[in-house]
Design a protein around this ligand. Structure first.
Ligand code: PRP
Length: 223
């Protein structure tokens, strides 16, 4: 499926050099039951394997590199979820780029997006610069939309967005991304940076969290 042109985050036309494979966003509709033994009690199935992540990160990086060209740009990664993804992505990019982080969190009940709170501001100057915002997942769209608003208010010249996962069925705010790793259904996923109550970010793959884990955590909370 193509990333929606109508939801572009910049008025400038996309580069004609853009790689065709990046617009063909893989849609994951089935889970693999091949869960590593150590994590069988946490996830019920694998959404994306480490090898699939590696291949897709490589494709995304090629397209980004080709679009951004030779002028130094700022990669802005959103903490905490994007940490593993951005670490792999920037190592596939030749640049020239500089890297910074914004801390932004939505506080809800652990599985729902709530109010946004900034936990860390940018260190680098973005005024007049090209910016690539990197996040792990585009869900309701509130986080990315708010961060784009903030970057615009700081004077960023061109803003492009890259997310590893997109859950289009969950969108509340009209917000797309320019580079998307995988589209997934409304599954609660963890791993490769994605958490449940701050846990499971370290898993090297992305999997669907077992409902029993959520139920057990809820019982813990009421104790
Ligand atoms: C998650 C995720 C995205 C955001 C997407 O962050 O990392 O930033 O939610 O959701 P949205 O599209 O509904 O706004 P979270 O606030 O859970 O913080 P985290 O990155 O520290 O996990």
């Amino acid at each position: 499926m193509k990333a929606k042109a109508a939801e572009k985050t910049s008025k400038r036309a996309p580069s004609p050099r853009r790689s065709p494979s990046v617009d063909e966003v893989p849609t994951v509709s089935r889970l693999s039951p091949r869960v590593p033994a150590a994590h069988k009690g946490i996830v019920s199935g694998v959404v994306v394997t480490p090898a699939q992540i590696r291949r897709r990160v490589h494709e995304l990086a090629r397209a980004i590199q080709s679009d951004f060209g030779d002028r130094e740009w700022v990669v802005v990664a959103l903490l905490n979820g994007s940490v593993l993804f951005v670490a792999d992505l920037v190592r596939e990019l030749h640049g020239p780029l500089i890297l910074d982080f914004i801390g932004v969190s939505s506080y809800g009940d652990g599985t729902e997006s709530g109010n946004l709170v900034y936990t860390k501001d940018l260190k680098l100057e973005v005024a007049g610069r090209d910016v690539l915002v990197v996040d792990d997942i585009l869900d309701t769209g509130r986080t990315l939309s708010e961060v784009i608003r903030r970057l615009r208010s700081l004077g960023a010249q061109r803003i492009r967005t890259c997310v590893l996962l997109d859950k289009p069925s969950r969108r509340v705010v009209k917000q797309g991304a320019d580079y998307i790793g995988f589209q997934i259904p409304d599954w609660f996923v963890v791993g490769y940076g994605l958490d449940y109550a701050e846990r499971y970010r370290h898993l090297p793959f992305i999997g669907v969290l077992r409902p029993e884990v959520i139920a057990a955590a809820a019982r813990e909370r009421v104790r």
